[in-house]
Every structure is written in structure tokens, then in C-alpha cells.
Design a protein around this ligand. Structure first.
Ligand SMILES: C[S@@+](CC[C@H](N)C(=O)[O-])C[C@H]1O[C@@H](n2cnc3c(N)ncnc32)[C@H](O)[C@@H]1O
Length: 230
């Protein structure tokens, strides 16, 4: 694993015990709505096989699994051990939901091509060492009529960017500092600045082999949703 990928894994291992509480606090619980909206738009149906890449503590994988009961399944993949431990704990509260947790690199998922009907990735693409290669791997894993969506911060401009920067500097980093996680959350601003814009994400997705890609800002431009069709 390259040093950069190892650093990302260590970062999320350190954050894991506080991740869910901070996410709820810093998004005022809205991340749950954005994730549910993403799943609703993808319309997964019972019996399908889905993938949650960079699944973290597993909330999205379990929301997805609620829609896939009766023969369906979610493979939830994360590179870091500590978030997966939290995810397994969460799953223990609803063990009937069909999710398998796998510690693996989202850039090289150990599964055959075209294994999945659909995929989601929330706040993961930005953390991959090479988002273009990450999208190619995502495309490889999907069936010919597969669909996917990627939720993340939006790299916009103007008022939304100013608001995002102020929120990160004045709220997110100070709150995380109280838990000894200043550095881990300070990286957010840099990672967003280096993240492809919505237009660039659409182009990368088409180059990765998707036949259709549409990015739209949500939450007043603070977040973005990239929807994909094979
Ligand atoms: C910001 S968290 C998002 C977690 C979850 N999807 C959510 O929305 O709450 C990013 C996750 O991506 C994982 N991650 C980063 N790089 C990865 C990689 N190369 N392969 C798999 N997971 C990775 C991290 O371990 C972390 O759990």
C-alpha cells in the first residue's frame, strides 16, 4: 500500500470512534437524508447485488440493504479496520440485513468484473489516491446496465465555496479539535481543493467507461451528487 494510502487508512482508524457523532453534529444530521435520497434515486430492488465502496462505519450499506432483502446483498468495502469494526457493531443490531463487510482497497476490489447491479460511494472518491482510477475500478465491477452514485463535498465556487471554507475553519476543525482530531479534520479543506469539480467528475466518469454521468450540487452547493449509468 503506498504511503499516501496508508496515511489515509491511519487517519480513518483514528477518527472511527468519533466519526458517527461528529458526522451527525457537523451536518446537523443531514448526511443521513442525503444518503437516503441517493439510495432512493438509484432505486435498488430486492434480489440485486450492490457495492458500498469506502463504506466507513456502515450506515449507508445498511440503508441500502433494507431495499435488497429477499435474495439481494451488499458488499461493503473499506480499507481501514476501525470503521469496519464500528460497522459490524451497527450491523449486530439488525443482523437480518444482507451485508458482507470486507477490508480491501476500493482501487482494487477482489471481485470479478461485472459482479454488481449497482454501487454507492459516500465521501470516498475524494480520499482515493487517484479518483480517475477509482471510477475505472467502479465501472469494472458493474454489470452492463449497472448504475451508481457518488456523494461527496462539492468543489464549487463563489458564495458556496466561501460558506464551505468558513464552516470548515470556524466550526468543523474547532469541534474536531475538542476531540483531539484537529489534524484529521484540517485535511478536509485541502482534499476538497484538490477534488475534481462536478464537470471534471462527469468527464472522468465518461472516460472511465460510463455511458452517462451527471453531477449536481446539493445542500446549497456544499455537497455534490454524481449519478452514473453504465
Ligand atoms: C469520510 S469516510 C466515509 C465513510 C462513509 N462512506 C460515510 O459516508 O460516512 C471515508 C472512508 O473511506 C475509506 N477509504 C479511504 N481510502 C480507501 C481506499 N483506498 N479503499 C477503501 N476505503 C478507503 C476510509 O477508511 C474511510 O472509512
Amino acid at each position: 500500500m503506498p504511503a499516501e494510502a496508508q496515511a489515509v487508512r491511519q487517519l480513518f482508524d483514528a477518527v472511527a470512534p468519533h466519526y458517527d457523532r461528529l458526522n451527525d453534529l457537523l451536518s446537523l444530521g443531514l448526511h443521513r437524508l442525503w444518503k437516503r435520497e441517493m439510495v432512493q434515486r438509484l432505486a435498488p430492488v430486492a434480489g440485486e447485488k450492490w457495492l458500498d465502496l469506502c463504506c466507513g462505519t456502515g450506515d449507508l450499506a445498511l440503508v441500502l440493504a433494507e431495499r435488497l432483502r429477499r435474495g439481494g446483498a451488499v458488499l461493503a468495502v473499506d480499507a481501514a479496520a476501525a470503521p469496519l469494526q464500528q460497522a459490524r457493531r451497527r450491523h449486530a443490531r439488525c443482523p437480518w440485513l444482507p451485508v458482507q463487510w470486507l477490508q480491501a482497497d476500493a482501487m482494487a476490489v477482489p471481485r470479478a468484473a461485472e459482479s454488481f447491479d449497482g454501487a454507492v460511494m459516500a465521501y470516498g472518491l475524494r480520499n482515493l489516491p487517484d479518483p480517475a482510477a477509482g471510477l475505472r475500478e467502479l465501472r469494472r465491477l458493474l454489470q452492463r446496465d449497472g448504475r451508481a452514485a457518488v456523494l461527496d463535498f462539492n468543489r464549487g465556487g463563489g458564495a458556496a465555496l466561501a460558506l464551505q471554507t468558513q464552516a470548515l475553519r470556524r466550526v468543523v476543525v474547532p469541534v474536531a479539535s475538542q476531540l483531539g482530531l484537529k489534524e484529521q479534520y484540517a485535511y478536509l479543506e485541502t482534499s476538497i481543493a484538490e477534488f475534481p469539480t462536478g464537470d471534471e467528475q462527469e468527464q472522468l466518469a465518461v472516460s472511465a467507461g460510463f455511458s452517462w454521468a451527471q453531477h449536481r450540487p446539493i445542500a446549497g452547493g456544499l455537497m455534490g451528487l454524481l449519478e452514473l449509468r453504465c
